[in-house]
Design a protein around this ligand. Structure first.
Ligand code: GLV
Length: 314
């Protein structure tokens, strides 16, 4: 069996693969180009991908008919064409569960940062500009008694809600399933809107110009889900014109590119897709991807398969 891994994984998580097949790890300390990915997967029975690798028909054809599993080292799988992978006779897997707490923690960090101007204060001190405590200096907004609107009440949305309640916030949520607040009402009444939905054809640009116009001028937008859920150009305009108070983003429409205007705005906090970035969580994610490969290549059931029927459901 041939196992291709598109990016080096942490720790000794590859050990379970030793009796299963020949492992090839990309030598590059960067995401592969599409051509490198196609070359790397050729002849592979299993591929371990990151969210930077787009796996569609071309990659599947390049791999060959023997391919049995595409194990994504992420909970999101919008980079995989799950229907095509399934039609190819392979299974797609992801790494749900283990990154819930880490991502919820980062969401709170961003929420606190943008509302209390933490990064802005850090930039100010590093700039060397003189400063002194003053009653009106660098004031932000408290979270207590404020309303958090959670868009997408999956496990990460629920973990964020639990944290927000502990901070004294009131929480409303919007989801496609179950009883929830309508999106327009959530947007127009929330003090912080936090996105936790997957990226699908239905959620692409869910937060567009019209959605941003509904938000309060004192409200903040936090995105730790996927960049294309937000129309970045519309967000820049809304931030510029004071239509909303600020934004904290961990993900971008065209990663790793960041809209250049976002870099110029003080009321924006930017992190480089760090939602799951703790040593513990990333190690667990890698271990799950490896376990999925071992399970499939040894004739068992994958731990965390992504089914085509649910792949497009927000
Ligand atoms: C990270 O963004 C993930 O989906 O795991």
């Amino acid at each position: 069996m041939n196992i291709f891994i598109t990016r080096a994984l942490p720790g000794d998580v590859l050990t379970p693969l030793s009796g299963v097949g020949t492992v090839t790890v990309s030598p590059h300390a960067r995401p592969l180009t599409p051509a490198e990915l196609r070359a790397g997967v050729a002849g592979a029975d299993a591929v371990i991908t990151t969210l930077n690798d787009r796996v569609g028909q071309e990659v599947l054809t390049a791999a060959g008919p023997q391919l049995r599993v595409v194990a994504n080292t992420a909970t999101g799988y919008d980079n995989l064409d799950v229907a095509a992978i399934t039609a190819h006779g392979a299974v797609a897997t992801n790494t749900p569960g283990v990154l819930v707490e880490a991502t919820a923690d980062l969401t709170m960090a961003l929420m606190l940062d943008v509302t209390r101007r933490v990064s802005e204060g850090d930039r100010l001190i590093r700039s060397g500009e003189p400063w002194a405590w003053d009653i009106g200096f660098l004031l932000g907004a408290g979270l207590q008694g404020r309303r958090l609107g959670v868009v997408g009440m999956g496990s990460i949305g629920r973990a964020v809600a639990a944290r927000a309640l502990a901070f004294g916030m009131e929480v409303v949520h919007h989801s496609r399933r179950g009883i929830s607040t309508g999106l327009d009402e959530l947007l127009s009444t929330s003090d912080v809107v936090s996105l936790h939905c997957p990226l699908t054809s239905e959620t692409r640009h869910l937060i567009d110009e019209a959605a941003l116009r509904l938000m309060k001028p004192t409200a903040y937008l936090v995105n730790t889900a996927r960049g294309p859920v937000v129309d970045e150009a519309a967000l820049v305009r809304a931030l510029r014109t004071g239509q909303i108070a600020g934004a904290a983003l961990d993900v971008y429409e065209d990663e790793p590119r960041v809209h250049p205007d976002l870099l110029t705005l003080e009321n924006v906090v930017l992190t480089p897709h760090l939602g799951s970035a703790t040593t513990e969580t990333r190690t667990l994610m890698a271990a799950i991807a490896v376990e999925n490969v071992v399970a499939v290549l040894t004739g068992g059931d994958p731990l965390t398969p992504v089914l085509p029927a649910v792949a497009e459901r927000p």
